[in-house]
Design a binder for this molecule. Structure first.
Ligand code: MN3
Length: 239
């Protein structure tokens, strides 16, 4: 009797789910949203592989943190962006073009946020490297000393920006013409929309450090600056 009840209940439950799913699909079609990517079409934007092994930044950042951060968070931004641009006038544009076309437009906030977060994470992974930190190359050090007085002052300003960013966001080393400066941005905002050239990014969203450092953002930021930051990449970006 018990088994019969379960068997009897299951189809009704499935039918309800089916009706709900059908109604949702009908709503999407009515709104003109693409139900799925056209058959055979490659997604517009892709998730770049990490520039090092998943465990290469351990113990500063664990393989667990990189697995979630790259494989779930970064990937979700890529997937959301592809879903949002497919079938729109933004399809076929490069990531940078999508960001430029949507920045500051309230109606395009979802596209901008996902596109900018894809770009920011692409940049963040390159801002780190195994056995990073330490001394910048001489040419970058000269620029740092001219702008901040010393490497220590530059790192202190980067840490202060990362710690004082209220809620989710980013701390950046950026170039404003010949001058280097430290800025912080909220959520997905990025230096290029402010007319600055980004050199290094530090992700201060909680997903970047919570598995390894819980609420200790300062420990995460200082460990990144001392042990992972990729000064060679910053010099390359300075050009
Ligand atoms: Mn992140």
């Amino acid at each position: 009797m018990h088994t019969a009840t379960l068997h009897g209940a299951a189809p009704a439950h499935n039918r309800r789910d089916f009706l709900r799913a059908t109604a949702a699909t009908a709503t999407l079609v009515a709104l003109g949203a693409p139900a799925r990517v056209a058959l055979g079409a490659a997604p517009e934007h892709s998730l770049p592989a990490l520039p090092y092994a998943m465990d290469a930044l351990d113990p500063v950042l664990s393989a667990d943190t990189l697995g979630y951060h790259h494989g779930k968070h970064h990937k979700a931004y890529v997937d959301n962006l592809n879903r949002l641009v497919t079938g729109t006038e933004l399809a076929g544009l490069s990531l940078e073009q999508v960001i430029a076309a949507t920045a500051g437009k309230a109606a395009q906030a979802a596209v901008f946020n996902n596109a900018a977060q894809v770009w920011n994470h692409n940049f963040y992974w390159q801002s780190l490297r195994p056995q990073g930190g330490g001394e910048p190359p001489a040419e970058l050090r000269r620029h740092i000393e001219a702008s901040f007085g010393s490497l220590a002052a530059c790192k202190k300003e980067l840490a202060a920006a990362a710690l004082s960013q209220f809620g989710s966001g980013w701390a950046w080393l950026a170039a404003d013409g010949d001058r280097l400066k430290v800025i912080k941005t909220g959520n997905a905002e990025l230096p290029v929309t402010l007319g600055l050239k980004p050199l290094l990014a530090i992700d201060v969203w909680e997903h970047a450090y919570y598995l390894d450092y819980q609420n200790r953002r300062a420990d995460y930021v200082n460990a990144v600056l001392d042990k992972l930051v990729n000064w060679e990449f910053a010099l390359q970006k300075l050009g």
